[in-house]
Design a binder for this molecule. Structure first.
Ligand code: DX5
Ligand code: ZN
Length: 218
């Protein structure tokens, strides 16, 4: 009976009908915006300008996922948007604690993301400061991939580490999340589910979001 929030990933939305796509997910808990720089991940997608356009067009709070090589250098332009959450990758950060501080100074929730190959233990220090941990359940860069084996266990180990440290950040999962694995991920401790193809691949987006929330309660 864990329950979880749902954040549709706009990477999977139809760019040619973007306004309509945003309306179709108006009852989501967050909108997940994937920033890709063509270096940390091969594709290029969404920048601060796009984050601003989405913020102006939707009431849903924005969850910005920075898949960029140099978050230390480029986070400021995202802190200068309406985003509610700004998440950088642990693997790409040089001064992670400073990034968290800056994000808080900008009045936002600070998240740190882990690639599938990075163990949760890497966050032993940082977990005391962040508001959110994003456990990537696929290798970042593309929508529509299958969930990496062992993801449930990694989420469980992340929650265990949080409990051990006496902290309770939001645990977010991103990649390959569907109704058939949402329940296990939520039971393992995930409280925010990102879903690209599982929402935008469906005709009825409200139903897709509702079904993911329901699945997370099982
Ligand atoms: C992948 C992105 C995800 C992606 C998820 O690098 O971070 O947010 O859009 O897409 P699905 O849910 O289709 O795996
Ligand atoms: Zn993402």
């Amino acid at each position: 009976q864990a329950g979880a929030m749902v954040a549709p990933s706009l990477l999977a939305a139809d760019r040619m009908h973007f306004g309509r796509e945003l309306e179709s997910v108006a009852d989501a808990d967050y909108l997940h915006v994937d920033v890709m720089d063509g270096h940390f991940v091969p594709p290029i997608a969404f920048g601060a300008i796009d984050v601003r356009s989405v913020a102006a067009a939707s009431q849903v709070p924005l969850d910005v996922h920075l898949m960029v090589d140099n978050p230390d250098e480029c986070i400021d332009q995202y802190l200068d948007t309406e985003a509610r959450i700004v998440t950088f990758h642990w693997e790409a950060a040089t001064h992670a604690h400073r990034l968290v501080e800056k994000t808080h100074q900008a009045g936002k929730l600070s998240g740190v993301a882990l690639n599938p190959a990075t163990p949760p233990e890497a966050l032993r220090e940082l977990l005391r400061w962040v508001d959110l941990v994003l456990v990537m359940t696929v290798d970042p860069g593309y929508g529509g991939q299958g969930i990496v084996e062992g993801s449930r266990d990694k989420v469980a180990r992340t929650s265990r580490l949080c409990r051990e440290l006496g902290v309770s950040p939001i645990i977010e999962v991103d990649g390959g999340v569907k109704t058939d694995n949402a329940g296990t991920l939520a039971a393992a401790g995930a409280s925010l589910l990102v879903a690209g193809s599982a929402v935008f691949g469906r005709e009825d987006r409200a139903a897709a979001i509702h079904e993911l929330r329901l699945a997370a309660q099982e």
